[in-house]
Write a protein that binds this ligand. Structure first.
Ligand code: GAR
Length: 204
């Protein structure tokens, strides 16, 4: 059997990026990886349904049920290890991970961020807040970035970026929708496949 990288997708919300990854595995855009786990830090989110509908094991670890960050991360790691996850994809995962966690998975965590890093990124810039800040600044072009994750929020090495035009009259919601459709759903699966290939070849 052909060896595939076991991917764990970490989520917090609706999971349209997770869906793009599931679709990319099914269509063969991702051929060197398979999704082994959908891991959420929020119970009841639609991402978990998407995972179940695709026949992928799902798990929930909520910080409010943990004693502290260390305990939270130990429980995340226990889930990841029990599903033998080799590559973590953060797809709308809205919790900060400590240096201990990111060091343990150096070059084994990637994240999608809804702007062209280094603009509108770092602590406090997530979800619609990113698009609100971009519109307030008046940028004419925004986009999405996929990057490796290290201890600096949105600070790891960039893997792929795609620019998207800002339109007159955009709201955070319309800009978010355009960036998801035209950038995130394309570069996240493409980056995942690229990183899986590099892991299998031993390049990283
Ligand atoms: C996406 O736009 C993703 O880039 C963003 O949250 C959204 C999740 O949507 N992530 C961040 O802001 C992380 N800093 P989804 O649940 O539909 O994939």
């Amino acid at each position: 059997m052909v060896r595939k990288v076991k991917i764990g997708v970490m989520v917090s919300g609706g999971g349209t990026n997770l869906q793009a990854l599931i679709d990319a595995v099914n269509s063969g855009i991702i051929e060197n990886g398979e999704i082994s786990l959908v891991l959420s830090n929020k119970a009841g989110v639609y991402s978990l349904e998407r995972g179940k509908n695709a026949g992928i094991p799902t798990a929930v670890v909520e910080k409010k049920n943990c004693t502290d960050q260390k305990d939270f991360e130990a429980k995340l790691i226990a889930e990841l290890e029990s599903h033998e996850v080799e590559l973590i994809v953060l797809a709308g995962f809205m919790a900060i991970l400590s240096k201990d966690f990111t060091d343990k998975y150096a070059k084994r965590i990637i994240n999608v961020h809804p702007s062209l890093i280094p603009s509108f990124c770092g602590e406090g810039f997530y979800g619609l807040r990113v698009h609100r800040a971009a519109l307030e600044k008046g940028v004419k072009v925004s986009g999405a970035t996929v990057h490796f994750v290290n201890e600096i929020p949105d600070g790891g090495e960039i893997i792929m970026q795609k620019a998207v035009e800002v339109m007159e009259g955009d709201t955070p919601e319309t800009l978010s929708a355009r960036i998801l459709e035209n950038a995130e759903w394309k570069i996240l699966p493409a980056s995942t496949e690229l990183v899986c290939k590099k892991i299998l070849s031993g390049e990283i």
